[in-house]
Structure formats: C-alpha cells, structure tokens
Design a protein around this ligand. Structure first.
Ligand code: 5GP
Length: 114
C-alpha cells in the first residue's frame, strides 16, 4: 500500500498528540475532533482498509480494539460509554487509507449516524 500521513505520524515525520503507544498500536488525538474525546488507534503495521484484512491480521485487530477499551477505562469514561468506529472506503467515509479505529467519548452519541 502507499504511504499515508498516518505512516508519517508513526515515523514522527508529522507531529501528533500521541496519547498511547505499545509495540503494535499507536493512538493520537484526531485533528478535527467530533467529540470531546476523539482518539485514533492505528496498527503500526499498515493495512489500507477493513477489506484488506486476512486471518493473519486477527490478533493485530484484536490488540487495536483492546487498546481502545483499556484507554477508555484508564481515562474514566468507560462506564458512561463511548463509540468505536472504523470507516471503510467511500460510502463508509474513509479518507485515510491506513486502518484506524475512532474512539469517541465525552458526549451522548446519536443513533442512527448520519
Ligand atoms: P477517516 O475519515 O479515514 O475514517 O478518518 C480519518 C481521520 O483522520 C479524520 O477524522 C481526520 O480528522 C483525521 N486526520 C486527518 N489528518 C490528520 C492529521 O494530520 N493529524 C491527525 N491527528 N488527524 C488527522
């Protein structure tokens, strides 16, 4: 896959407000937050979209989700609740083609989404 701005954030070539990092996952605040808390969790090994996942990626995706859930607990908003979103391709609203999980919190979310 082609290089994306998220790969540049992983390499520290573009600044970002990083809130969590481990061997597999990086998390940083979205530059255009849609909620009081809006953090993007990305795998350090790039995958373009959900469509590109294979069985070999299952552990990595699990780590991504687990990192987000742990962050929510650590930050104290897990009990109030939050939303996790992964957009895929045009109709899903994906604009950066490095798989990422949006963690949104700090306000009541509407359903259905727009
Ligand atoms: P998508 O639309 O692909 O699901 O989400 C991409 C997200 O990346 C958007 O919410 C957008 O605001 C965010 N974003 C785009 N450029 C940057 C950037 O340079 N830095 C950060 N931190 N977020 C960005």
């Amino acid at each position: 896959m082609t290089d994306t701005l998220f790969a540049k954030i992983i390499r520290r070539e573009i600044p970002a407000d990083i809130v969590y990092e481990d061997d597999d996952v990086l998390a940083f605040r979205d530059i255009t937050p849609q909620a009081p808390v809006h953090v993007l969790f990305i795998p350090k090994t790039p995958i373009a979209t959900l469509n590109d996942l294979t069985a070999a990626d299952a552990l990595g995706v699990g780590k991504l989700v687990l990192a987000a859930a742990r962050y929510a607990k650590a930050q104290g908003f897990a009990e109030d609740g939050y939303r996790v979103v992964i957009n895929c391709n045009r109709d899903g609203g994906q604009t950066v083609f490095h798989l990422h999980l949006h963690l949104l919190a700090g306000r009541a979310m509407r359903w259905p989404p727009g």
